[in-house]
Design a binder for this molecule. Structure first.
Ligand code: AMP
Ligand code: MG
Length: 423
C-alpha cells in the first residue's frame, strides 16, 4: 500500500488551492485524488457479503429466469388463435403450476390454466389474466383486445448467462444478496474490511467512568465516531483519549499507523493547537492543515502517517460529525475499493429566515417533514453552535447553504440532506 504521489504534489496540481480558505469541494477533490484503495481479496459466504465491497465481477452462470414463464394467474394461449375483434373460444387441456410444468405441447384452439411463475407450455406465447376470462365447462371464452406476448416473462430477461451480473467495486446491498442467490452463488470475492483507528485528543477530556473534574467534559466524539464508523462496516481500533503531549500524540499516531489503514482523530487541529500537532506529524509523515470554508468544521488536517491515511477532525462535537460525513465517509468508501454513491439532497421549504454569509458552505441541523401542501419543510433545530450535539441528535437532515449563497428568506427552497442511515 503506497501512495502514488505526495499530498503536496496533488495539492500543487489543484490550481488556486489556498490551504487557508479551502472550499468544501476542493478539499473533497484533494482527498479523492490522494487515497489509494486497499486490494486484498477474501471469499465469504453470501450472507456475510452484505455491506462488503465486491472484488471481482460476478458473471452469471445461468439465465434468470431459466424458462419463459407466466407473470400472472390466468390462461396460456397461442396468440395466433385469438380473434382481433371478437370473443375466442378455446378448449382447456390442462394446468401448469409454478414448479410443475404442463406435459404436452398445446395445439391450435387449446388453452392451459397457468399460475404465476409456471413454465410457459410449449406452443403458447401469451397469458390472459383469469379475471377477464369466462369459463364454460371444458372451454374458456377470451375477450378481444389481448396483446401477443403479454403477461409472459422471458428467459434471461433478469440476468443473462455469461454476462456480468454485478461489477467489481460494488457495495453489496440486500437486493444484490437476492440477485446472487437467484444465480445459485454461495460465495463471493470481497475486499478485506478496512481497519480504522480512532482517538480523541484533549487534556480536558474524561472517559466515561472517570470523575468529571472541574473544567472537564466527557469525551463524546469517540462515541459518535464509533457509531459512524460502525455503520460503514469497518474494523475499529479504539485508542481512547490522548492527552495534549507530544510524546502521547506521537505514540498514538505510531500505534494507529501500524495497526490500521486509516486514522481518524478529533481535536488538536484548531489554530491554538495545530502547531503542536504539526510538529509531531512532521516527524511521522506528511500532513496538510487546511482551513475549510465551512461551518461547522473549519480546521482540518489530512495526510499520511506511515502506511495509513490520516484525517484530523476538529474537536467540536457537531463539527466532527459534519466533517466526517463530507470528507471521511467517502474517502473510507474509496479506500475500501468501492465508489461512493452521491449523497442526495432534497428540496425543502425553509420555515423561517436563515442568516448566511457568502463565501463558505454552512450546514444547519434541521428536521424535515412534509408540509400541509405536501412540499417538504425544513425547521432548524435550535442553537447551531458547533458544540451543541443536542441539535444534531434532534435533527434528521442538514440544510446545505452553498458557498456563494446568502441569506435565505422564510419559505424559500433550500437543499437538505437527510442523514438517517448516512451518519
Ligand atoms: P479543539 O479542536 O481541540 O480545540 O476542541 C474544540 C472544542 O471541542 C473544545 O471545547 C473541546 O473541549 C471540545 N472537544 C474536543 N474534543 C472533544 C471530545 N472528544 N468530546 C467532546 N468535546 C470535545
Ligand atoms: Mg483540544
Amino acid at each position: 500500500m503506497t501512495a502514488r504521489t505526495t499530498l503536496a504534489e496533488i495539492v500543487s496540481c489543484l490550481s488556486d488551492f489556498d490551504p487557508k480558505a479551502v472550499p468544501v469541494d476542493r478539499a473533497r477533490e484533494a482527498i479523492e485524488r490522494f487515497v489509494v484503495p486497499v486490494d486484498c481479496v477474501e471469499r465469504v459466504a453470501i450472507r456475510s457479503a452484505l455491506d462488503r465491497v465486491l472484488a471481482r465481477d460476478v458473471v452469471s452462470p445461468i439465465d434468470v429466469p431459466a424458462h419463459d414463464n407466466s407473470a400472472m394467474d390466468g390462461w396460456a394461449v397461442r396468440s395466433a388463435d385469438l380473434q382481433a375483434g371478437a370473443d375466442t373460444t378455446l378448449n382447456v387441456v390442462g394446468t401448469a403450476y409454478a414448479g410443475v410444468a404442463f406435459g404436452g405441447p398445446v395445439g391450435a384452439g387449446e388453452a392451459v390454466r397457468v399460475m404465476t411463475g409456471a413454465v410457459m407450455p410449449a406452443g403458447c406465447d401469451t397469458v390472459v389474466i383469469q379475471e377477464v376470462v369466462r369459463r364454460e365447462g371444458e372451454r374458456i371464452v377470451v375477450p378481444p383486445g389481448q396483446q401477443a406476448g403479454q403477461n409472459r416473462r422471458l428467459r434471461g430477461e433478469d440476468l443473462t448467462a455469461g454476462r456480468a451480473a454485478l461489477r467489481a467495486g460494488r457495495l453489496i446491498r440486500p437486493a444484490d444478496l437476492g440477485l446472487l442467490a437467484s444465480l445459485g452463488i454461495a460465495e463471493v470475492p470481497v475486499q478485506r474490511r478496512l481497519r480504522v483507528a480512532f482517538f480523541s485528543t484533549g487534556d480536558e477530556l474524561r472517559s466515561i467512568g472517570e470523575p468529571l473534574d472541574a473544567g472537564c467534559v466527557y469525551d463524546s466524539n469517540r462515541y459518535t465516531l464509533f457509531g459512524m464508523l460502525t455503520r460503514l462496516g469497518v474494523e475499529l481500533v479504539d485508542l481512547g483519549v490522548v492527552p495534549d503531549s507530544r510524546e502521547a500524540l506521537e505514540a498514538a499516531m505510531l500505534a494507529a499507523s501500524r495497526n490500521a489503514d486509516a486514522i481518524v482523530s478529533s481535536g488538536g487541529v484548531s489554530v491554538g493547537e495545530a502547531d503542536f500537532t504539526r510538529e509531531v506529524m512532521d516527524r511521522l509523515g506528511e500532513v496538510a492543515f487546511w482551513t475549510i470554508a465551512m461551518r461547522p468544521g473549519r480546521p482540518m488536517a489530512f495526510g499520511r502517517v506511515g502506511d495509513a491515511w490520516y484525517f484530523g477532525l476538529p474537536g467540536n462535537p457537531v463539527a466532527v460529525m459534519v466533517t466526517f460525513l463530507f470528507f471521511v465517509r467517502d474517502a473510507l468508501i474509496r479506500l475500501s475499493g468501492a465508489s461512493p454513491r452521491p449523497v442526495l439532497a432534497l428540496r425543502a421549504r425553509s420555515v423561517g429566515r436563515l442568516r448566511k454569509r457568502p463565501g463558505r458552505t454552512e450546514y444547519q441541523r434541521a428536521v424535515i417533514t412534509p408540509g400541509a401542501d405536501g412540499v417538504l419543510e425544513a425547521r432548524i433545530t435550535g442553537s447551531q453552535g458547533s458544540g451543541v450535539l443536542r441539535s444534531m441528535s434532534e435533527a434528521n437532515a442538514l440544510v446545505v447553504l452553498h458557498h456563494a449563497q446568502g441569506d435565505v428568506a422564510d419559505g424559500e427552497l433550500v437543499d437538505a440532506i437527510p442523514f438517517d442511515g448516512l451518519i
